[in-house]
Ligand binder design. Structure first.
Ligand code: 9J3
Ligand code: ZN
Length: 299
C-alpha cells in the first residue's frame, strides 16, 4: 500500500519519458519538407505557392520527344514533354488536342508549362485538322494508350493516373473522351465546342474553361451548358476568363495555367496541397469573369 503512490508516480514519469523519446524520434526520422511521399504516393514536387503555379516554369526540368504520325495509329502523332529526372518515380499524364484546323503547335505552350510541374504531357496532332469532337475524343484516348503501352517513355508514366485536355473541338473531344473512359481522373476542356450539350455520363472531375468574348464557341451555348449538364454530384468547375477570346488557350495564359495545374494536381495526383487554389472558389478579378464549382471537393 505504501509503495502504491510511488509506483504510480514512477509509472507516469516513465510514460512521459517514453512519450518525449517518441517525439524526438518522430522529429529525427519523420518526413523532411518536400518528402511527403509516405502520405500520398502520387504527390510530386515541393509544396506549391501562388507564385509557383503562376510561374512560366515549375520545379522540374523538361525534356521532349517527337512522335511521328507514321509511327502510330488512331491519332496524328505529337510531342511528349516529360520531367527529365528519373529520380522521382512515375508521373501522371495528360493528352491535349488542338481545335478545328489547328495543329499541336497551337497548344504547344502547355507542354513544358504543365510538364515542369510534374506531369507527362502529350500534345497531339489529329488525323486530319477537320476532325470533329467525337473523333478527337477517340484520338486523345489512342494517344494515352500509345503513351502508356508503346512509347519508350511508358515506364515514366503511371497508367492509372491520366487526364485529357483540348482546345475548342479538342475541348469538345476531351468531354467525349471522359464520357467513354470513366477511369480518366481529370478533364479540362478549353473554350470547348460541341453540338452535344449534355454530359450526364461523365464521372471524371472536369474543369471547363470558357472565355467571355468567345464568338466562335459562345459560353452561353457551349461552356456554360456543358458545365451545368455535368452531374451535380461530380467534382466540377467552370472558369470563365475575363476579357478573353476563343483563342486564349492558343498562347501562354497564366490563369489557364494556374487552374489547370491545380486541377490536374488535385485530381490526377490526389494532391490536396493544391486544394487551397480551388476552394474557396476563386473570386471574379481582372482575369476571371466568373467561377462556378463545388467546394469542398469530394474525390
Ligand atoms: O476552334 C474550334 O475548334 C472551333 C470549332 C468551330 O468553329 O466549329 C464550327 C464548325
Ligand atoms: Zn450528351
Amino acid at each position: 500500500m505504501h509503495q502504491h503512490p510511488h509506483t504510480q508516480r514512477r509509472t507516469r514519469s516513465l510514460s512521459s519519458a517514453l512519450a518525449a523519446v517518441a517525439v524526438l524520434v518522430g522529429i529525427g526520422l519523420g518526413p523532411t519538407p518536400g518528402a511527403h511521399a509516405a502520405d500520398n504516393p502520387y504527390e510530386r514536387g515541393p509544396a506549391p505557392t501562388n507564385a509557383s503555379i503562376e510561374a512560366v516554369r515549375g520545379p522540374y526540368a523538361v525534356s521532349q520527344a517527337t512522335v511521328s504520325s507514321l509511327a502510330v495509329t488512331g491519332f496524328g502523332g505529337g510531342t511528349i514533354y516529360y520531367p527529365t529526372t528519373t529520380s522521382d518515380g512515375t508521373f501522371g499524364a495528360v493528352a491535349i488536342s488542338p481545335g478545328y484546323t489547328g495543329t499541336q503547335s497551337s497548344i504547344a505552350w502547355l507542354g513544358p508549362r504543365l510538364a515542369s510541374q510534374g506531369f507527362v504531357v502529350f500534345t497531339i496532332d489529329t488525323n486530319t485538322t477537320l476532325d470533329q469532337p467525337d473523333s478527337r475524343g477517340r484520338q486523345l484516348l489512342a494517344a494515352l494508350d500509345y503513351l502508356t503501352r508503346v512509347s519508350p517513355l511508358r515506364t515514366r508514366v503511371d497508367s492509372t493516373r491520366l487526364g485529357v485536355m483540348g482546345h475548342s473541338m479538342g475541348g469538345g473531344g476531351s468531354l467525349e473522351a471522359a464520357k467513354s473512359r470513366p477511369s480518366l481522373q481529370a478533364a479540362i476542356p478549353l473554350t470547348p465546342w460541341n453540338l452535344d450539350k449534355t454530359w450526364p455520363e461523365i464521372q471524371t472531375p472536369t474543369l471547363i474553361v470558357g472565355a467571355d468574348g468567345d464568338s466562335i464557341a459562345p459560353v452561353s451555348s457551349h461552356a456554360e451548358p456543358f458545365y451545368e449538364n455535368l452531374p451535380s454530384s461530380l467534382d466540377r468547375a467552370y472558369l470563365e476568363l475575363n476579357g478573353a477570346s476563343h483563342f486564349a488557350p492558343n498562347s501562354s495564359n497564366t490563369t489557364i495555367a494556374k487552374y489547370s495545374i491545380s486541377w490536374l494536381k488535385r485530381f490526377i495526383d490526389n494532391d490536396t496541397r493544391y486544394e487551397q487554389f480551388l476552394c474557396p472558389l476563386p473570386r471574379p478579378s481582372l482575369t476571371i469573369e466568373e467561377y462556378r464549382g463545388n467546394c469542398p471537393h469530394q474525390s
